[in-house]
Design a protein around this ligand. Structure first.
Ligand code: PEP
Ligand code: MG
Length: 324
């Protein structure tokens, strides 16, 4: 399928009525195809910094991290690169930093770990800021935010890193900062969060598991794990509306963005960008190029009237075949 769609890949992700949906990629390790990708995307919507940390034998030092981040920022410049601070715990363990818990997804994860270890976060923030010298595309994203106080604390550390670097003779500005919306509580803290940050990024993988109380990796309950559950569609629609009201960009970087039908629904809701793994780009771009924005709006209204995930999926299957 991807080969068939290859010839479309240098065309814009624009609907038949001229609405452009910015597509971005998720990265982790060094991307070889940067040059090729660059013409086809609007930026890196999620750089998972824990990925390089998973293949080293200890926490990479400031110099090493600076080099890694510089490669990403420089490689994709002038496109924006959203760098997420370390998101370990849950299913992502570092061999040299084991976390042993009965309920890791409800435990010490993401920002909870790095706020308890500010020395780890400080090195990371300093490295990101150093790496962005002379460039203007660094965006920093905080994962697993549950409380607004965590954002305040993270920003305090960011400002401290900026002051430190200033004292060392390196003048840096505060980059744009965003939070992941992946814990359901944050759905109802959008106003308070918008006072503190510049953008939102929805982690639909985790939001789905926490919203539906279904472990994202447990095959026994995988039938229940569904990002298109009607309740979740309502939640995503609310998030897009809130972000628009608060005048903040909102992107989605979970697997849902890489699903063509999901992407059309998110576009119709008003998401300002979709970030996905590079192999999903062709099919998502193709789906967008085959519909009008108003088709996508109609589709959204239709599926939001459904009562069950099965009805949502059946309806999407029918419509998507029509548009192939
Ligand atoms: C998510 O939760 O949707 C997400 C993008 O982050 P991760 O999959 O790394 O948890
Ligand atoms: Mg997540």
């Amino acid at each position: 399928l991807n080969e068939l769609l290859e010839h479309e890949q240098d065309l814009p992700s624009t609907t038949t009525d001229d609405y452009t949906m910015p597509l971005m990629v998720n990265t982790g390790l060094a991307v070889d195809a940067v040059a090729l990708l660059k013409n086809r995307i609007s930026g890196v919507g999620l750089y998972r910094t824990e990925v390089p940390f998973m293949i080293t034998e200890r926490f990479p030092g400031e110099k090493e991290q600076t080099r890694l981040y510089r490669d990403q920022l420089e490689g994709f410049s002038p496109l924006p690169v959203v760098m997420r601070t370390l998101d370990i715990g849950g299913d992502k363990d570092l061999p040299y930093f084991p976390i042993d818990e009965a309920n890791p997804f409800l435990g010490w994860r993401g920002m909870r770990v790095t706020l308890d270890h500010p020395e780890v976060l400080m090195v990371q923030l300093r490295a990101m800021l150093k790496a962005s010298q002379g460039l203007d595309n660094l965006h920093v994203l905080f994962p697993m935010i549950t409380n607004v106080a965590e954002v305040d604390e993270a920003l305090r550390l960011m400002d401290r890193a900026i002051v430190e670097l200033g004292e060392e003779g390196m003048a840096v500005r505060r980059p744009r900062v965003g939070v992941m919306i992946e814990v359901p509580a944050t759905l109802y803290q959008m106003d308070a969060l918008a006072k503190r940050v510049d953008f939102f990024s929805v982690g639909s993988n985790d939001l789905t598991q926490y919203f539906l109380a279904v472990d994202r990796n447990n095959p026994r309950v995988s039938d229940l794990y569904d990002a298109l559950h009607p309740a979740l569609l309502t939640a995503l629609d609310k998030l897009a509306r809130d972000a628009r009201r608060l005048n903040r960009p909102i992107t989605l970087c979970g697997e849902l963005a890489g699903d063509p039908a999901g992407a059309l629904l998110l576009m119709a809701m008003g998401f300002t960008g979709l970030s996905m793994n590079a192999p999903s780009l062709p099919k998502v771009r193709a789906a967008i190029r085959r519909v009008s924005f108003s088709d996508a709006r109609t589709l959204l209204v239709e599926v939001m009237g459904k009562d069950t995930p099965d009805e949502v999926h059946q309806h999407l299957r029918e419509r998507m075949t029509q548009w192939q």
